[in-house]
Design a protein around this ligand. Structure first.
Ligand code: HEC
Ligand code: HEC
Length: 335
């Protein structure tokens, strides 16, 4: 009997011991695991976060209504992985959803739930830093060999004439209104009846300064500015040569005002002015260009990528100018 009792007692003890352990274990999980692990156990799963499986959905649900291919508010577009990375790189993605000072809180009038914020934060922290489009463009500074007193045809006159005159319906190869083609050196000289050294006797130049109905470009296009007319005048006076110089490529400090806008004025704004926006696209301000950069069409069109129209229409921008645009975008659109 004693033996049976002892056995029984030990069984009871064993039973109590085992349940005791599992209770402590349970409590240990409840109260002693670090915060992050608790999230994994709880509702917010922060493991295995990838762009395709997690992040793109959060962005689709909360951001792309206003930041998409067609309208990229503030220049940010979250429909595309590479463009979303730009917002990671300049810190704005986390800055806006996490209410950091210096950023407008996003989405406007709302905050993401804390789990989505943590998912985005986790994704960013774990991103392969090399995959973020950083400055892949090395800083280069090629000194210009342009003589400041010379007006060069290839650098200055051709882009100006093409974007102001060689537009569809006017003086491009196909339209050649009144037999005038203004797309290349020999056509400009021949059909514009340019007399080297004598602007006053050059029909092309006269049409730019006419004060009657023959003024070119005709309304609603903007007439050329006085400065632009002066450049053409000087070029003809200097012999109307087919000359060019290397105007350098300084990618060290790219800003909209100093670097990008002059390129736009030279190659683009003639066809994309407010008065006559080519294809309905206006390039007349910082915001206009940020939007085009944000929806991908700026780089798509200047790189002549398929799916985009080639811009400018006649000749691709120099590698330097394309790099400047890309650098401006990578650097976060400095004004
Ligand atoms: C209802 C439209 C709307 C939604 C949705 C929206 N945004 Fe915006 N966003 C805007 C507008 C408009 C601006 C520009 C005005 C401003 O900065 O407040 C902007 C600006 C931004 C900026 C630049 C802010 C700055 O301070 O420079 C970022 C980055 C941004 N949004 C990210 C996001 C993200 C990420 C989401 C989703 C979590 C989001 N937005 C959702 C409309 C929206
Ligand atoms: C000779 C006139 C002309 C010049 C110069 C020109 N554009 Fe255009 N651009 C147009 C026309 C017309 C369209 C719309 C029709 C089309 O897509 O071909 C257009 C369309 C575009 C589009 C939309 C392309 C797309 O496929 O969605 C962008 C972006 C653009 N231009 C940017 C530029 C930039 C940047 C420059 C200067 C580097 C430039 N354009 C120079 C006439 C011009």
């Amino acid at each position: 009997m004693k033996v049976i009792l002892r056995r029984f007692t030990s069984i009871i003890f064993l039973f109590l011991f085992v349940t005791g352990i599992s209770c402590t274990n349970y409590q240990f999980e409840q109260y002693f695991l670090p915060e992050a692990e608790k999230d994994v156990i709880g509702e917010c799963d922060l493991l295995d976060i990838s762009y395709d499986s997690t992040i793109s959905q959060i962005l689709q649900q909360n951001c792309t209504a206003c930041h998409n291919n067609n309208s990229a508010a503030a220049g940010y577009n979250y429909e595309d992985y590479d463009l979303a990375l730009l917002s990671v790189r300049d810190g704005s993605l986390l800055g806006t959803i996490d209410n950091e000072s210096g950023f407008s809180p996003m989405p406007p009038g709302n905050t993401l739930d804390s789990c989505s914020i943590e998912k985005i934060r986790t994704w960013i922290v774990n991103l392969d830093q090399d995959s973020i489009p950083v400055d892949t463009i090395p800083d280069i500074e090629i000194v210009s060999n342009c003589d400041p007193d010379t007006v060069y045809f290839q650098n200055t006159i051709l882009p100006l004439v093409v974007s102001s005159c060689a537009t569809t319906g006017c003086h491009d190869q196909d339209s050649h209104k009144d037999g005038i083609i203004l797309t290349d050196y020999s056509s400009i000289l021949r059909t514009g009846k340019i007399k080297p050294g004598d602007p006053g006797d050059s029909e092309f130049f006269e049409s730019l300064t006419d004060d009657d109905d023959d003024l070119m470009p005709p309304p609603p296009n903007q007439p050329l500015t006085d400065d632009q007319i002066l450049l053409i005048n000087q070029w003809i006076l200097q012999g109307a040569q087919d000359n060019a110089c290397n105007d350098g490529c300084d990618t060290t400090n790219v800003t909209f005002a100093e670097t990008i806008w002059p390129v736009m004025q030279k190659y683009c704004t003639g066809c994309h002015s407010t008065a006559s926006p080519g294809g309905g696209i206006t390039i007349s301000s910082y915001g206009d260009l940020v939007t085009l950069a944000g929806n991908g069409s700026l780089m798509g069109s200047v790189r002549f990528e398929s799916g985009y129209s080639n811009m400018p229409t006649n000749q691709q921008l120099s590698e330097c100018n394309i790099n400047l645009l890309q650098k401006w975008i990578n650097d976060g659109f400095t004004e």
